[in-house]
Each structure stands twice: as C-alpha cells, then as structure tokens.
Design a protein around this ligand. Structure first.
Ligand code: SF4
Ligand code: SF4
Length: 91
C-alpha cells in the first residue's frame, strides 16, 4: 500500500507535504534539478510507509491512500511510480 498524489497538485505544487514526510519519499524537492521540470509532486510507492501525515497538510486535497483513490484518478498510481522509475539516479 502507498499514498498517491493526484491531479489537484498540478498548479499549486506548494511543497507543504515535503516537510512532514518522515521517510522523504515525496519528490522532487526544490533542491533537485527535476523540480523545475515537474508538473506536480509524486510519492515513491517503494518507500512510503503509509503514515498518512501528508494528507492533512495538502491544501489542494490532492493526496489519497491507495485504497481511497477516486476511480478517475487511479492512473496517478502509475504516474507517481513512473516518476521515480524514470528519474532515479538522475534527480
Ligand atoms: S503517507 Fe507518510 S510516508 Fe507516505 S508520503 Fe505521506 S507522509 Fe510520506
Ligand atoms: S501539499 Fe498537496 S498541493 Fe502541495 S505539493 Fe504536496 S501534494 Fe502538491
């Protein structure tokens, strides 16, 4: 299980969630080159410990646990995972 960032993050990309994640599995961060290219933030499903701390921090209500993901945003499970597949060692 993991948490997933969805469509409403596009635009605000406020980074509030970054500050509360205890395992630093949200990215990219403003310190990474990928920050300027990223349309939104993503959660690494291999590292997320499902603590849920990021959910209430998000002003856009963009973060969901996988099991509560609205069906229209199920594709974001793949989108979040793909970001880390494509950028590992390049961020
Ligand atoms: S659920 Fe917890 S571990 Fe997973 S992204 Fe949110 S804050 Fe990080
Ligand atoms: S707190 Fe929400 S809107 Fe802000 S960067 Fe994180 S997911 Fe995106």
């Amino acid at each position: 299980m993991t948490h997933v960032i969805t469509q409403p993050c596009r635009g605000p990309r406020c980074a509030a969630c970054l500050a509360v994640c205890p395992v630093d599995c949200i990215g990219p961060t403003p310190a990474e080159p990928a920050w300027s290219r990223a349309a939104m933030l993503y959660i690494d499903p291999e590292l997320c410990i499902d603590c849920g701390l990021c959910v209430s921090e998000c002003p856009a209500k963009a973060i969901f646990p996988e099991y509560r993901l609205p069906s229209r945003w199920r594709m974001f499970m793949l989108i979040n995972a793909m970001f880390f597949c494509l950028t590992k060692n390049r961020r």
